[in-house]
Design a protein around this ligand. Structure first.
Ligand SMILES: [Zn+2]
Length: 120
């Protein structure tokens, strides 16, 4: 399978770097992207890293991610984010859940999205 993947935001410290608080979303998303690429490539998939590292605004980050993504004809596009599931400042180790968004209910990505949510 051919897959695009990106860490949804600019690097930490730049505009549009995502959430900063309990974790730095941009930093953690990049770690996930790197690991997911490694795992997918070991399974024989072709993976394109489409992360933006030099956006000048939120809109520019999105524009650059879309431009990179549109260079490849793929079956799946993945954008990695860390959205707040709950406010857990003490860090009790309980998983707060996850969400996976798909473009439409008839998308081929639904089966992959379902598998991701079932793993939590
Ligand atoms: Zn995000």
């Amino acid at each position: 399978m051919r897959i695009n993947i990106h860490a949804g935001h600019n690097p930490d410290g730049k505009v549009a770097c995502g959430a900063v608080g309990l974790i730095k979303e941009s930093t953690e998303a990049r770690k996930v992207v790197k690991e997911v690429i490694s795992l997918l490539e070991k399974k024989g998939h072709t993976v394109y890293e489409c992360t933006c590292n030099n956006g000048t605004s939120q809109a520019d980050v999105l524009k650059k991610v879309v431009s990179k993504s549109n260079l490849h004809k793929v079956e799946l596009d993945i954008s990695v984010h860390f959205n707040a599931g709950r406010n857990d400042l003490k860090g009790d180790g309980k998983i707060a859940g996850c969400e996976v968004l798909v473009y439409s209910d008839s998308s081929k990505a639904v089966k992959y999205a379902t598998n991701v949510t079932r793993s939590f």
